[in-house]
Each structure stands twice: as C-alpha cells, then as structure tokens.
Design a protein around this ligand. Structure first.
Ligand code: NAD
Length: 342
C-alpha cells in the first residue's frame, strides 16, 4: 500500500498544525535539502507548452528517495473558474522503486514555494526588514505572506493587484490573522518603503510588473511569477541592480527572469550562499534578487516534510497503487482468477 495525503487531508493537516508552524518547519527542510544540493540528481523540468499554459513534470532524487511532481500553469484559468496552478506528486523508495507516498500538491506547492521564498529572504534580505510589498493577490499570496511572517516576523503588507476582488479576498483572509495591510492603488505605491517585494502575478507575457525606477537601494526582490519561457515580471534592467540568485541555473535560464539576458548572465545558486561559497548580501544598500521558478528539490523537501508530519496519523490514507503478486514473476495471477474459462 502507498500512503496518501489527499486534498481534504492536506487541508486538515494545515488547520491542525497551523500554516505558519508548517511553513517554518518546511523552510528548514527546504534549507537542509538545498544545503546538500550536490547530492541530488538534477534536471530542468520537462515542460509541455500550449498557448493556454503549460504542464510540467519535475523529478529529482537524493539517492535514497525519488520524487516527482505533475504541475500545470494556466494563467487564463481563473477567468474560466479553474485555478492557475494545480499539482500532485509522489515519493518513491530508490531501493526497489516502489512509490511510498502520493500527495495532492496544489496546497503543498503553495506551501513549498512560500517556504523557499522565506528561506531565500532569510539569507538575502536585510535582517531589519519589516515591510513586505506584494504585487499579485492570487492563490500563492497568503502563503507567501504567512511564510515571511513565520520566518522573518514581517506583519506589515503593502499589496496591489489589477483585480480589486483579489485584494478584498487577501485582506479578508489575512487581516483576521493580525496582518496590517495597506491597499495600494498602483504597483509604484505598493513598493514604496518596502524592504521585501514579492511579485506573484500570472500572465503568459514578458510583463514589466516591476520597473527599474521602482527598485530602491536595500530591497530584496522575490520574483516568483515569471516561471516559463515568454513569462516574466521584472523589467530587464532590474536584473542589473544586484546579484541574481536562482534555484538551479540550467532551468532558470530557460524559465526565469534571466531568460531576458544573455546566456552567460552571471547568477548565484542558493546552494552557494548556504554553503558559504558566496557571501549573499554584501551591504545594507545592495539590492538582492531571487529569480524563483520553482525547482524539484523544493518539492522533494515539501513531500518529505508532509509525509513525516503525518506518518501514522488518522489523516494519512492508503491507496493500492502497486500491482504486487505473491510470485513477482506471475503478474498474470492477479487476473487469472477473473479470466473467463474457455
Ligand atoms: P493566480 O492566478 O491565482 O493569481 C495571480 C494574480 O495576479 C491574480 O489575482 C491577477 O489578478 C494578478 N495579476 C495579473 N496581472 C497583474 C498585473 N499586471 N499587476 C498586478 N496583478 C496582476 O496565480 P497564483 O497561483 O497565485 O500564481 C502566481 C504566479 O506564481 C503564477 O505565474 C504562477 O505560475 C507562479 N508560481 C510560481 C511558483 C514558483 O515556485 N516560482 C510556484 C507557484 C506558482
């Protein structure tokens, strides 16, 4: 039997343990796995693009466990009543190749993306960061805000979205949790005075959500929405304002903000900062840029954390996923009894 965490169980786990406690724990798992980045089997994700969006497969392995995620990205979906991003994924035992854990990953992707953003900000943003601006108030936004509070203690948000209903929704979800929210009328107003700026918009276009004139010294930029060829959020000049940090260079060159730059544009992998090979932020005035696209090692850490947190609890279901006859050479035995005679 394979352990299973479906959507209802994932939601109940988050309610039971609290999103911020989970995000804090998951950020540590993400950090632990990026610290041992050289141990992972890594490849850019396999993407199938259409004019409507993309469907991607994201595999990785640390030699003991193997993980994959199936994820879509369809920016036009909300207008049709569907979500932009949905996902599911699995962990398998490398020893015999059997899947040991199957999980919904729409909620888990929001958690792991926010945990990765917060882990990167912990190492790259100014330690005295107090104000966070968010452009894009869709599905990812609350999780991003909660992770920044869980890991960095930030409670002051300045938010902007082209859709006023999305801003209403974000205020409705976060104000009862104690966030102080300023609703901005423009992206320029939102980023004014912010220490950390998160862009999490969805549009399959080379957009300029954040222009160079909006970037102030000392800011940390957390750009998560530009994650596909032809889909970016930062004006190209922003990328010259400070060092650009990435998850896995070969994938980010295809999908990230740096697709707008020459193929040898210098970047630093998060792993290098965590290992001490790169100093990360070097002054309070420096601008730091996390060009996030979402990498398989973050999914691996998220799956590992979700499984361990729920092993043996009533939330963990089971699914009969592997055909496993008593005689491993007699697969037919599973159907022979059902076969019509003659
Ligand atoms: P969503 O569709 O739920 O929300 C996107 C929001 O952006 C919407 O509210 C929309 O109105 C707003 N928006 C669009 N254009 C805008 C503009 N020009 N200015 C301001 N707001 C604008 O999408 P989501 O699930 O929240 O995902 C957000 C983005 O993050 C997507 O592009 C998605 O592909 C990406 N994503 C990245 C990662 C990662 O690991 N880097 C993970 C998950 C999702």
């Amino acid at each position: 039997m394979t352990d299973l965490l479906d959507v209802a169980a994932m939601a109940r786990w988050i309610q039971r343990d609290g999103a911020e406690a989970i995000l804090r724990g998951m950020a540590q798992y993400v950090e632990d796995d990026y610290r041992r980045f050289d141990r992972f089997d890594k490849t850019p994700r396999v993407a199938s693009h259409t004019p409507f969006g993309v469907i991607e497969l994201m595999p990785t392995s640390d030699g003991e466990l193997y993980s994959f995620k199936f994820v879509n990205g369809h920016p036009l979906n909300p207008a049709r009543g569907f979500q932009t991003v949905t996902a599911f994924g699995a962990l398998a035992d490398v020893d015999n190749g059997y899947p040991i854990f199957l999980a919904e990953m729409t909620l888990l992707t929001a958690l792991r993306t926010a945990a990765t953003s917060a882990m990167a900000a912990k190492h790259l943003a100014r330690p005295d960061s107090r104000i966070s601006a968010m452009i894009g108030s869709g599905s990812q936004s609350e999780f991003q805000a909660l992770a920044m509070r869980a890991v960095l203690g930030i409670e002051d948000l300045r938010i902007y979205d082209i859709d006023p209903a999305a801003i209403d929704k974000m205020c409705r979800n976060l104000e009862p949790l104690g966030f102080r929210i300023h609703r901005a009328d423009s992206p320029q107003e939102a980023v004014q005075g912010a220490d950390i700026v998160t862009t999490c918009t969805a549009d399959k276009a080379l957009a300029t959500i954040l222009t160079d004139d909006m970037v102030a010294p000392g800011m940390h930029l957390n750009a998560i929405g530009g994650d596909c060829p032809g889909k970016t959020e930062l004006e190209a000049a922003v990328l010259d304002r400070g060092p650009v940090f990435v998850e896995f260079t070969p994938q980010t060159r295809i999908e990230g903000e740096i697709q707008q730059k020459e193929p040898d544009f210098p970047v630093v992998e998060l792993f290098e900062v965590l290992s001490g090979a790169h100093p990360g932020r070097e002054s309070a005035e420096q601008v730091t840029i996390f060009d996030s696209v979402g990498f398989a090692v973050s999914d691996f850490a998220g799956l590992r954390y979700a499984r361990e947190a729920n092993l043996g609890t009533e939330l963990m279901g089971q699914v009969d996923l592997v055909a496993d006859p008593e005689d491993p050479k007699d697969l037919f035995s599973l159907v022979a009894a059902l076969s019509p005679v003659g």
